[in-house]
Design a protein. Structure first.
Length: 442
């Protein structure tokens, strides 16, 4: 018998939650087959069989928490799949026996069907000789009579479905169910009247119950909640705002979109412009590309930009590695690839770790303005928002309708001063309002 254990997942992950069993007991598996999907703090991972054979036992259920090294299943390396377990065989034999007994009941007179039934009836009849069985003259099978005694049902209250008037066990069960429904209905009416009277007597103390639905938070949602709260509690977080005139970016995209798509086989989106602008601003203000470790400031000499992606199970932040070395097409392709993997729950752990700065785009959901929370241990996060046409006063005092976007920078005031944060955001604004240099550089 081979035990399947939870393998080592990653340096920072020691436990997970059983999301879904991909096999059941009795299934044949080959070595390397995925048998279990495990939900961790960051991604879902598959646990594979490390031997071939038959799944003999599943030791944990979906929703259970397990740790690295825990045994989750057993494999019989000498077993054969497709066969039924002993319990299934016993169940089949029992079902077959019951079918044969019922068939025997239908084909014979009740006096010769089952000696045990007769003996049981005699014992019941001899308990009180002074009382006569009111059901004695009713035509019913011994199994039906036994069922009636077990359920406390008077056979005179049972309506047979047999055209000949013979009562069978299923008729007794139907009568019992009907009796329960009738009793429940009566009890409900009584309780309603009682409750009504109680409400009338002390209506000022009554609290009306409202329908609710409880759902356990997924492990990932719990982790997201914990880290967001920790970020707010440990960082001196502030947010500064600005607005960007998106006219030039939108015109440039309109001019180059067909050529760009034909050349690179990917659409020219907004995110590549913002990523390029962020990288340029981080080079000018390196403290926003740093983190705090103890009493030291660690300035990062690389530009791994996290892209917040919303999924059904919560927010994840896959990382575009070395964004400073990628062109517009490379950034768009990587963002598209990571976004798809996030939605398909296929992200690997190394695709989520080690970012130096994060961009989040609430504008795709219609957000006009927000204060994004830091993705610790990073000290800066840029929030994009919805583009809205607004009347703007131009340098010559004329008024024009322009597509405007509010942008927000949340930063850790412990190492980033307000002056640097404001200048960082202004620099991003300047690059986006004159994006041709960005395109030439990329």
């Amino acid at each position: 018998m081979k035990e399947i254990k939870v393998p080592e997942l990653a340096e920072s992950i020691t436990e997970g939650t059983v999301a879904e069993w991909l096999v059941k007991e009795g299934d044949s598996v080959e070595k390397g087959d995925a048998i279990l999907e495990l939900e961790t703090d960051k991604v879902n991972v598959e646990v594979n069989a490390d031997a071939s054979g038959v799944i003999s036992e599943l030791l944990v259920e979906e929703g259970d928490d397990v740790e690295v090294g825990d045994t989750v299943a057993k494999i019989d390396e000498n077993g054969e799949g497709g066969g039924s377990s002993e319990a299934e065989e016993d169940s089949g034999q029992k079902e077959e026996s019951e079918q044969q007994e019922e068939s025997s009941d239908d084909g014979k007179q009740e006096s010769s069907k089952d000696s045990q039934e007769e003996a049981s009836e005699k014992q019941e009849d001899t308990k009180d000789d002074s009382k006569q069985d009111p059901n004695k003259d009713i035509v019913a099978s011994p199994a039906a009579r036994k069922k009636a005694r077990e359920l406390g049902i008077d056979l005179r209250d049972v309506k047979p479905n047999d055209p000949l008037g013979r009562i069978r066990p299923e008729d007794v069960e139907a009568a019992a169910n009907q009796s329960k429904e009738d009793k429940s209905s009566k009890d409900s009416k009584k309780e309603s009247k009682k409750s009504k009277k109680s409400d009338e007597k002390s209506s000022e103390k009554t609290e009306f119950e409202k329908p609710v639905e409880r759902e356990k938070m997924s492990r990932r949602r719990q982790t997201i909640s914990k880290r967001l709260v920790e970020a707010q509690q440990t960082a001196a977080m502030l947010t500064t705002f600005n607005e960007v005139d998106m006219t030039a970016v939108m015109n440039l995209r309109q001019e180059r979109k067909d050529q760009f798509l034909q050349k690179h086989d990917v659409k020219l989106g907004f995110m590549s412009f913002f990523t390029k602008a962020v990288v340029g601003a981080l080079k000018e203000f390196p403290l926003l590309n740093a983190e705090i470790q103890g009493d030291e400031i660690v300035k990062k000499k690389f530009y791994d930009i996290g892209m917040a992606v919303s999924t059904d199970e919560g927010l994840v932040v896959p990382v575009v590695r070395d964004a400073d070395r990628l062109g517009f097409a490379g950034i768009e392709k990587e963002i598209g690839r990571l976004g798809k993997r996030a939605r398909d729950k296929e992200l690997a752990l190394d695709e989520l770790q080690g970012g130096s700065f994060t961009i989040t785009n609430g504008g795709i959901f219609g957000s006009m303005l927000s204060t994004p929370i830091l993705n610790a241990p990073q000290v800066g996060i840029l929030g994009m928002h919805n583009i809205q046409k607004r009347a703007m006063v131009m340098p010559d005092d004329s008024i024009e309708v322009r597509p405007m976007m509010y942008i927000a920078l949340s930063y850790d005031h412990r190492i980033v001063d307000g002056k640097e944060a404001v200048q960082f955001l202004v620099r991003i604004k300047e690059m986006l309002e004159d994006p041709y240099n960005l395109l030439l550089e990329g």
